[in-house]
Design a protein. Structure first.
Lengths: 357, 594
C-alpha cells in the first residue's frame, strides 16, 4: 500500500491542476489514512489543497486544509506553519463563496487567521487584502476602502502575494471603483510582461474588458480579450475570469462566446464555489438573451440546460447570497450587468465589431 | 528649466544582470559573438557588396596573472561618436529604429555589460568603415572609461580584449571558450576561427534546419545522442522560422515542459526554450532557426505575443499535417507513434475535430476488458459505457468484467472528453456514462418469493447502515464469491470525507464543514449490495441468531470499506473492534461448549 501511495503521488506530480489530479490525491490520502500515517496524510493533503484551489474545487480545499491546520496545532514543532498560512489566504478569499457559511463563521475565520499571523510574526498585509473582497460582497464600501488602505500600508513579507498578484488585485479594486486609467497604469508592468506568475496575467485581462468598452477603447479591449483567453486556453479554475470574457463577447460578437459557454459549462455545473458559479451563469444568461433561438438550438449543451433554467439558477444563487449577507448586492448585480451589456450593445452593436480571429 | 541625467549605479546593474537576467556567466561569450555578428550584418547591409565576407577570430592569451580573451571581427565598427553613444545607451533596450529593427548600438551596450560579470576591464578597439582612424576604449565596472585616438592604422572592424577577474579564470580556459563559442555560433554563415596552436574553424557544415528527415535523424543520433522516433520539417513563413521537430522515443507526461533548441538568425539563443510549439505537442522537441520574432531583454526568449501564438499554430500544423498523412502513407509508423504518445494525441484530438475523426479508432483506452483501442471497443459493442472517475471505475471493474460488460475508464485526462465528443461526431454511436449504482441496477432482481425471505434481513441491514449514510439492497450478480459490493458516488464520498474530517479539526472548521454539507441534496448515497448467490450471504439470511446477523452485516460493511481503500470513521473503527471481539468470543465459546 505504501508503494501504491508513492506511485499515486508521483503520478499526481506530473499532472496539471484539475479533477484527475484531485482524484489521484484523494486516493493517496485514503491510503495514508488507512495506514494511519499522518505525515503522508499531511503531505498529500497539502498537495490536494493546492490543486483543488487552482482547479476551482474549493469545497475540497476546506476539509484538506483544515485537517492539516489541526495537525499543525497538535504538533507545532513538527510541521512548518508558513505554507499553511499561505493556503489560509485562499480559504479567506473563497469563504464568502459559500452562502451556507454564516457571517459570524467568516468573521471568526478572519480573526483566527489574524491571530495566527500575529502569533508567528507575519505582516497583516494579506489579512487586509483578503478582507477587501469580503467587504465588497457585503456592500460595505467603507470597510472595503479602509481595508484597501490598510493593505498597502502594511509591510510586505514572505506571506504577501507575489508582486504580480498584488498589482492585479490593486487594478481590480481600481476598476471596481471606476478608475480605469489608474488601473491600466498600475497593471502596466504586467501588460509589458515585466512581472508574471502562475495566474498572472491570465486573470488580469478579464476585469478590464467591460470598463474598457465603456471608456471607448474597443481596440484595447479586443487585444486584452485575445491575450487573456490565449493564456487560459482550456485550463480549469478560471471560471470567473472567463465570465468577464463572455460578457465582453456578448457585446462585440455573441457567436464567439458560444464556444466558451460550451467548453466551461460542465466545470460550472459541478462547482461548489457559488459566487464563481453565479458570475459564470450570469454571463451565460445574458449571452443567451442575445442569441437567436436557431443559434441556441445548435449549441452542444446537456438537455436540461435551457435559458430558463440558467435564469432560475442565477436568481436562486443571488437570493442565497443576499439572504446570508442581508444585502441586495447580488440582485442588483443581475440588473446592473444586464443593463450594462444592453447599453454597450446599443453603443457597439451597429458599429463595426473589432476584428476577431 | 534644465535637464539633468541621474546616474545609474553600474555595479548594481551588473549584479542584477548576472544574478537575475542571464542564466549563466557563459553568456558573455554569446554576447561578444552576438556583437560581432551584428557588426558583420550591419556592414553587409551597408556595403551591399557580395564580395565582402564576414569573419570572426577568437584567441585566449594565458597572461601572467589572469587569462585574456581576444575576439575580433571585420564588421562595420564604431565611430568615436557612436562609442560615446553606445555607452549612454546601456540599459536602454527597447529602443527601435524607424525601420522597426532593433537599434544596433543600443543592443551593443547591453551585451557588453555582461562582460563585467567576468571581467574588471574591457578594452575595445574599433574602427568604423566610415572613419579613417581607430579608437581605443577602456571601460571599468564603476562606469568610468577612457578613450584614445589610435595613431597606428587599423583595419575596419572591432577587437575586444577581456581579462578575467579573480575567481573567473575557469570561464577563460581554451577548451571551455572554444566549446561555448561553437555552442552558440557553429551555424553562423561565415567563418568562426579559434586560434590555438593552429587555426581551427568552429563552424559546422550544415545546420539541422536545412537537413532532410534521414539526415536529421542521423544528426539526432550522433550529435544529440538520441534515437528519435521520427523527424518532421517545421516551417512558419510568418515568423521566418525553419526547423526540425523530433518525436521523442519515450512517453512524456501531459504538460511536461517543452525543451527546444532555438537559434535566432543562426546564433544559438537557448537550448531549453519552451512555448514555441503548442502545448499539446509535448511529445516533440525541436531545433528551430528563427528570424522574425522579437526577443526579450535577456535575449534568451521571445516575447509571448499574438505573433508568437500564430507562429506556434503554424508549427503545430506542420506536425498535425505530418501525422495526418501518415494514416495513408505509413500506418505502421503511426501505430508506433500512437503507442508511445497516445496521451498527447488524445489531448490534441479533444480540441481538433479533424484529428479526432482520424485518430479516435486508433487510440487505446483502459477498459474492464483490458487496454484496447476504440475500434476494438466499437467492434464488439454497440453501446460505449464509461465512468468519469478512476475511483468509480475501480468500484465496478471486477463486477463488470465478470459480466462481460465493457466499461471505459474515463477518469484519465481527456478520456471522458473524447468519449463524450464521439456522439457529436458520430450520431449513430451511443455512449453512456455509467456509475457504480447504475451497474448494480443492472443486476438481476430477486423473484417475489426470494424477496419475501430476504425482507426482514434487508430491513435490519438498512437500520444498521443508516447512520453511515449507506443503503442496503440485495441482488443477484457475478462473481458468486463476492458477498457484497460497496458503491458510492462522488457526492456521497465527499460527504463521507467531510464528516470524517470534521471529527478531527478545530471547532471553527468543523462547524464550517457542517454548514457546507448540511444543505446538500443527497441524491445518491453509498450503497451496500448483498449478493444473493453468495453462500455466506445465504447463511446470513437464514440464521436465526439476531446478534450474529447484526455483527456480520457490520463486519461485511467494514470489510467492503477496507477493500475499497476507504479510511474508517471513528464509529466504523469501533464497529470493526467490537465485531471482531464478538466473533472471536463466539468462536471460542463454541470451542468450549464442544
Amino acid at each position: 500500500m505504501e508503494n501504491r501511495f508513492n506511485e499515486l503521488m508521483e503520478q499526481s506530480s506530473e499532472l496539471p491542476h484539475g479533477d484527475v489530479k484531485i482524484e489521484i490525491l484523494e486516493e493517496a490520502i485514503r491510503i495514508a489514512d488507512t495506514l494511519q500515517d499522518e505525515e503522508r496524510g499531511f503531505y498529500a493533503r497539502m498537495e490536494l489543497t493546492d490543486t483543488a484551489n487552482f482547479a476551482g474545487r474549493f469545497e475540497k480545499v476546506i476539509p484538506s486544509f483544515s485537517w492539516c491546520l489541526a495537525q499543525l496545532d497538535k504538533a507545532p514543532e513538527y510541521y512548518h506553519e508558513f505554507y499553511l498560512l499561505w493556503q489560509y489566504k485562499w480559504v479567506l478569499y473563497n469563504l464568502s463563496e459559500f452562502p451556507q457559511i454564516q457571517q459570524d463563521q467568516i468573521e471568526d475565520t478572519f480573526n483566527d487567521f489574524k491571530n495566527r499571523c500575529q502569533q508567528y510574526g507575519y505582516s497583516l498585509r494579506p489579512y487586509y487584502q483578503m478582507k477587501i473582497k469580503y467587504a465588497k460582497l457585503h456592500e460595505n464600501h467603507n470597510l472595503a476602502h479602509s481595508c484597501f488602505e490598510a493593505w498597502l500600508e502594511q509591510p510586505r513579507d514572505d506571506l504577501s502575494d507575489c508582486y504580480a498578484c498584488e498589482l492585479t488585485a490593486q487594478a481590480e479594486h481600481l476598476l471596481h471603483i471606476g478608475q480605469v486609467h489608474a488601473a491600466l497604469a498600475i497593471a502596466e508592468p504586467i501588460f509589458k510582461q515585466e512581472v508574471s506568475c502562475a495566474e498572472v496575467p491570465h486573470i488580469t485581462y478579464g476585469p478590464f474588458l467591460i470598463p474598457l468598452l465603456e471608456n471607448d477603447s474597443p481596440e484595447l479591449a479586443n487585444e486584452f480579450h485575445q491575450s487573456g483567453m490565449r493564456l487560459i486556453g482550456q485550463k480549469q479554475g478560471f471560471l470567473s475570469t472567463i465570465a468577464h470574457h463572455m460578457k465582453y463577447l456578448t457585446v462585440v460578437d455573441p457567436n464567439a462566446a458560444i464556444h466558451y459557454m460550451e467548453a466551461f459549462l460542465s466545470e460550472a455545473l459541478i462547482s461548489h464555489t457559488l459566487d464563481t458559479k453565479f458570475q459564470f451563469f450570469l454571463a451565460c444568461s445574458i449571452l443567451l438573451k442575445h442569441l437567436d433561438p436557431e443559434t441556441i438550438a445548435t449549441m452542444q449543451l446537456p438537455d436540461h440546460i435551457t435559458s430558463a433554467w440558467i435564469d432560475e439558477e442565477v436568481k436562486r444563487l443571488a437570493q442565497q447570497f443576499d439572504q446570508r449577507n442581508q444585502t441586495h448586492t447580488y440582485a442588483k448585480e443581475i440588473a446592473h450587468t444586464t443593463h450594462q451589456i444592453n447599453a454597450l450593445k446599443q453603443k457597439y452593436g451597429n458599429a463595426t465589431t473589432p476584428h476577431l480571429s | 528649466m534644465e535637464n539633468y541625467h541621474f546616474k545609474v549605479n553600474l555595479k548594481g546593474m551588473i549584479d542584477l544582470l548576472s544574478n537575475h537576467l542571464y542564466s549563466t556567466p557563459h553568456v558573455f561569450v554569446r554576447e561578444l559573438i552576438q556583437n560581432s555578428v551584428d557588426a558583420i550584418t550591419a556592414r553587409e547591409k551597408h556595403l551591399n557588396d557580395p564580395k565582402y565576407k564576414g569573419q570572426i577570430d577568437i584567441e585566449i592569451h594565458p597572461g601572467e596573472d589572469h587569462p585574456t580573451l581576444f575576439i575580433q571581427d571585420n564588421g562595420i565598427g564604431l565611430t568615436e561618436d557612436e562609442v560615446h553613444q553606445f555607452l549612454a545607451q546601456i540599459g536602454q533596450t527597447s529602443k527601435r529604429n524607424a525601420d522597426g529593427g532593433e537599434d544596433f548600438i543600443g543592443r551593443f551596450g547591453v551585451g557588453l555589460l555582461s562582460c563585467f560579470i567576468v571581467s574588471d576591464e574591457i578594452v575595445f578597439v574599433t574602427r568604423s568603415i566610415q572613419s579613417d582612424y581607430g579608437i581605443e576604449w577602456r571601460g571599468k565596472p564603476d562606469g568610468t572609461y577612457t578613450l584614445n585616438k589610435l595613431k597606428d592604422r587599423v583595419e575596419p572592424g572591432t577587437r575586444v580584449y577581456l581579462k578575467s577577474k579573480t575567481g573567473f579564470d575557469t570561464y577563460f580556459e581554451q577548451k571551455s571558450v572554444a566549446k561555448w563559442v561553437r555552442h552558440y555560433g557553429e551555424y553562423l554563415p561565415y567563418p568562426l576561427y579559434f586560434h590555438d596552436q593552429n587555426r581551427i574553424q568552429l563552424n559546422s557544415r550544415q545546420a539541422p534546419w536545412e537537413m532532410n528527415t534521414t539526415e536529421a535523424l542521423a544528426y539526432g543520433k550522433s550529435v544529440l545522442q538520441q534515437d528519435y522516433l521520427d523527424a518532421i520539417a517545421l516551417e512558419s513563413a510568418l515568423g521566418d522560422v525553419k526547423g526540425i521537430a523530433y518525436l521523442l522515443p519515450y512517453p512524456v507526461q501531459v504538460n511536461a515542459r517543452q525543451k527546444h533548441r532555438v537559434y535566432a538568425k543562426n546564433m544559438l539563443l537557448s537550448d531549453h526554450m519552451d512555448k514555441l510549439l503548442p502545448e499539446w505537442a509535448f511529445f516533440a522537441t525541436s531545433i528551430l532557426n528563427v528570424n522574425g520574432l522579437s526577443l526579450t531583454v535577456s535575449r534568451e526568449s521571445f516575447h509571448d505575443d499574438a505573433r508568437l501564438e500564430l507562429v506556434r499554430t503554424d508549427l503545430g500544423n506542420c506536425i498535425k499535417n505530418y501525422l495526418i498523412q501518415l494514416v495513408e502513407a505509413n500506418p505502421k509508423r503511426l501505430q508506433e507513434i500512437i503507442q508511445i504518445h497516445y496521451k498527447s494525441i488524445k489531448a490534441l484530438a479533444t480540441t481538433d475535430d479533424a484529428l479526432f475523426q482520424l485518430f479516435i479508432n486508433w487510440l487505446p483506452f483502459e477498459t474492464t476488458l483490458g487496454r484496447i483501442t476504440m475500434s476494438e471497443v466499437r467492434k464488439n459493442h454497440t453501446k460505449v459505457y464509461y465512468t468519469t472517475s478512476v475511483d468509480e471505475f475501480r468500484q465496478i471493474n471486477k463486477i463488470a468484467r465478470a459480466q462481460g460488460i465493457c466499461v471505459i475508464n474515463g477518469g484519465y485526462v481527456h478520456d471522458s472528453d473524447l468519449i463524450e465528443k464521439m456522439q457529436w461526431i458520430d450520431p449513430t454511436l451511443i455512449t453512456e456514462k455509467i456509475s457504480p449504482t447504475m451497474i448494480t441496477q443492472k443486476f438481476n432482481d430477486l423473484v417475489p418469493s426470494e424477496r419475501q425471505t430476504t425482507y426482514t434481513f434487508i430491513k435490519l441491514a438498512n437500520e444498521i447502515l443508516q447512520p453511515y449514510f449507506c443503503k442496503a439492497v440485495i441482488k443477484k450478480f457475478e462473481p458468486h464469491h463476492l458477498p457484497v459490493l460497496y458503491t458510492t458516488s462522488e457526492e456521497a464520498l465527499y460527504l463521507r470525507t467531510t464528516t470524517q474530517t470534521a471529527e478531527e479539526v478545530s471547532p471553527l472548521f468543523s462547524s464550517i464543514m457542517q454548514k457546507i454539507t448540511e444543505n446538500q441534496v443527497h441524491t445518491e448515497t453509498a450503497q451496500l449490495c448483498f449478493n444473493y448467490h453468495n453462500p455466506i450471504v445465504q447463511k446470513l439470511i437464514n440464521t436465526t441468531d439476531n446478534q450474529l446477523q447484526k455483527s456480520t452485516i457490520e463486519m461485511l460493511y467494514v470489510q467492503a470499506l477496507l477493500l475499497g481503500h476507504y479510511p474508517l470513521k471513528q464509529e466504523e473503527m469501533n464497529l470493526l473492534n467490537e465485531g471482531l471481539t464478538q466473533l472471536v468470543d463466539r468462536g471460542l465459546n463454541q470451542e468450549e461448549n464442544k
